[in-house]
Design a protein around this ligand. Structure first.
Ligand code: GLA
Length: 507
């Protein structure tokens, strides 16, 4: 017994000693591992051109103080933060309250969260992971790029982004082009078939930008689209990378313009995106001018679409850089709120619309399924009233009769395509918003949108329409019928989120 007791206590002492030893070893290891300094890399997805997206974080530690440089293929950011044991929090300069990166050092890896939404599992980086630094190129001195004479009325067509985003390829574009013809879209004026982001490959040894495997032969695709009586559009960015992370035109503007012209491309959407990591907003104009001049130098007529979300009052200098249209808003979503917010942001830009240069509240969502038919009719009406480009963003191969009737309403399209090129602005009265657009033949288009949750009685007074005489003809452009003003007034019921759209002429 005693022996056993002694034995037990001796064993206990040995176990305690061993435990202490392991604790000391563990603490020592933890002490060492608590240094977060070093280079860490986190892989992202593999792009369609085979490139691996990733970031590399170079962390420096001074006690509990952390500083770091995080570089990805399309941006670099200086981070600052704190370490507490194995835990770290790092903040970007533009968001001092919410961590850009947070997590813990676990078994020699960083485990955590990026911008509160993306899981992080970063491993120690090697020299092979280094991301080359992009050198700064001065924007050119300002000059005026001559008017290319295109887009006398707002461009019409189809664009791949709203529906397909990164899942667009040659075959889909071909079938879409077929459907543009068979559905009557082409005959209604929708001419451009525009490939948005994710067609890009990598540059060859001469720096020529190639397509990725989804677009085996861009020239052949352009030939196909042209054979249907349509035109082909493409997409790039003035930064080193597009919004989806693909190689873009920074430092290759002239070369890319020649590549696009060589493929017989007819339209370029040029999306600021990663240019914001290189240039401040005061460089928007010269940087857009650089591509405008490069397109002009190709000698090919190419519609130039600026996409920089309305920054820097683009409507005031868009024409000077050779632009035919410019986005005035962030990206549209297929929702009533997003659609209305985008169109209502057009007000300050209204004086700048006209033949050859258009404000662009973004592409159409009609037919994509998340708005009601009334809301889609309002969407189409408003885009026509503000003389917006009409770029369908739905699957024109499988349109429902209602979608077809909205996109192919020729009387509404005629309002959009009116030669005068005036842009309507709204007047708000309670839940009703009235938009007036003077037209080239002296008539006026008037749209009354019901923003309310219930149907509303709407009254249109001839005296409010800016017409010179009494009403000669009034037509409801959705009912496709003439209507009568009685005593200078027309009244109708408009459903919630619906629109009354009239074209009215005077005697
Ligand atoms: C930005 C643009 C969109 C689309 C995507 C593509 O978000 O505003 O219209 O072109 O980039 O990555």
């Amino acid at each position: 017994m005693r022996d056993l007791r002694i034995g037990k206590s001796a064993m206990g002492a040995a176990v305690r000693a061993a435990g202490l030893f392991f604790l000391v070893v563990q603490l020592a290891t933890a002490g060492q591992a608590q240094s977060l300094a070093g280079k860490w890399t986190q892989p992202g997805k593999v792009l369609d051109n085979g490139e691996q997206q990733k970031w590399v974080l170079e962390l420096r530690q001074n006690g509990s103080e952390l500083t770091g440089t995080l570089k990805s293929l399309d941006y670099a950011v200086e981070l600052k933060g704190t370490a507490a044991g194995t835990h770290f929090e790092l903040f970007a300069p533009w968001q001092p309250a919410t961590p850009f990166l947070t997590g813990d050092l676990v078994d020699g890896e960083l485990h955590g969260m990026e911008r509160g939404r993306r899981p992080v599992l970063a491993k120690p980086a090697t020299a092979a992971d280094d991301i080359p630094t992009v050198s700064y190129i001065d924007p050119p001195a300002l000059k005026t790029v001559s008017d290319n004479g295109l887009a006398k009325t707002p461009p019409m067509g189809w664009n791949s982004w709203n529906l397909f985003a990164g899942k667009i390829d040659d075959q889909t574009v071909r079938t879409m082009a077929d459907a543009m013809v068979s559905s009557g879209m082409k005959d209604a004026g929708y001419i451009y078939v525009n490939i948005d982001d994710t067609w890009e490959g990598v540059r060859d040894a001469q720096g020529n930008l190639q397509t990725n495997h989804k677009f085996p032969d861009m020239k052949a695709l352009a030939d196909y689209v042209h054979s249907k009586g349509l035109k082909l559009g493409i997409y790039s960015s003035p930064g080193p990378r597009t919004c989806a992370g693909y190689p873009a035109s920074y430092g290759h503007e002239e070369q890319d313009a020649r590549t696009f012209a060589g493929w017989d491309v007819d339209y370029l959407k040029y999306d600021w995106c990663s240019a914001r990591n290189i240039y401040k907003n005061d460089a928007l104009q010269p940087v857009y001018q650089k591509m405008g001049a490069a397109l002009e130098a190709t000698g090919r007529p190419i519609v130039y679409s600026l996409c920089e979300y309305g920054w820097g009052e683009v409507e005031k200098w868009g024409p000077a850089v050779g632009g035919n249209l410019w986005r005035t808003t962030g990206d549209i979503r297929d929702s009533w709120q997003s659609m209305m917010a985008n169109v209502e942001k057009q007000v300050p830009t209204a004086p700048y619309a006209g033949p050859g240069h258009w404000n662009d509240p973004d592409m159409l969502e009609i037919g994509n399924g998340h708005m009601t038919d009334d809301e889609y009719r309002t969407h189409m009406s408003l885009w026509a009233l503000v003389a917006s480009p009409l770029l369908a963003g739905n699957d024109v191969r499988i349109m429902t009769p209602v979608t077809r009737s909205i996109l192919l309403n020729k009387e509404v399209i005629a309002v959009d395509q009116d030669a005068l090129g005036k842009q309507a602005s709204p007047v708000r009265n309670g839940d009703l918003e009235t938009w007036l657009k003077p037209l080239a033949d002296g008539s006026v288009a008037v749209g009354v949108v019901n923003l309310g949750a219930a149907a509303a009685q709407v009254t249109v007074k001839a005296s409010d329409l800016g017409l010179s005489g009494k009403v000669k003809k009034a037509r409801d452009l959705w009912a496709h019928q003439d209507v009568k003003f009685v005593g200078g007034v027309y009244a109708a019921t408009v459903p919630s989120h619906g629109v009354l759209l009239l074209r009215v002429s005077a005697k």
